[in-house]
Design a protein. Structure first.
Length: 144
């Protein structure tokens, strides 16, 4: 691991396809106050369900029918605050995905927190997303 011996204090990881304007300082303060080893910036999304959702008892008695409800979920934003100790839970010379790291930290009883971010957030991980963000920023800033 190329950075393991170079990082000695709290650090930030940001995916390269993310543009946002939330307060990273507030997230770092939350991370430190929470005694977290790893904090994930999350977004609350409301996702529509295309179908009527039926809630019933084990026996099949209908308790409720919600037609095309929206389900609220927290999703990963690709922004993290971490402590150098996380490197102790990453196997050397292996590809490790963030969800695998988080599950390893949790399995070992370590504090992992989520921090809900507010403000603008754009994921530009696809060409379509990139084109859309260019249009948004062109309206905001004009031609640069």
């Amino acid at each position: 691991m190329a950075v393991k011996d170079k990082i000695k204090e709290t650090f930030v990881i940001v995916y390269c396809d993310v543009i946002t304007n939330f307060s990273l300082k507030d997230m770092i303060d939350f991370h430190l106050k929470s005694s977290s080893i790893f904090t994930i910036a999350t977004l609350e999304l409301s996702l529509p369900i295309r179908y009527g959702v039926i809630t019933s008892t084990k026996e099949g008695r209908i308790k409720r029918w919600d037609e095309k409800p929206k389900i609220k979920v927290k999703v990963n934003s690709g922004i993290y605050v971490a402590e150098p100790k996380i490197f102790n839970y990453i196997k050397p010379n292996e590809v490790y995905h963030m969800n695998e790291l988080v599950n390893e930290l949790l399995k070992n009883g370590l504090n992992v927190f989520s921090y809900n971010i507010e403000g603008e957030y754009y994921d530009i991980g696809t060409l379509k997303d990139y084109i859309n963000i260019c249009k948004i920023f062109y309206k905001k800033l004009g031609k640069i």
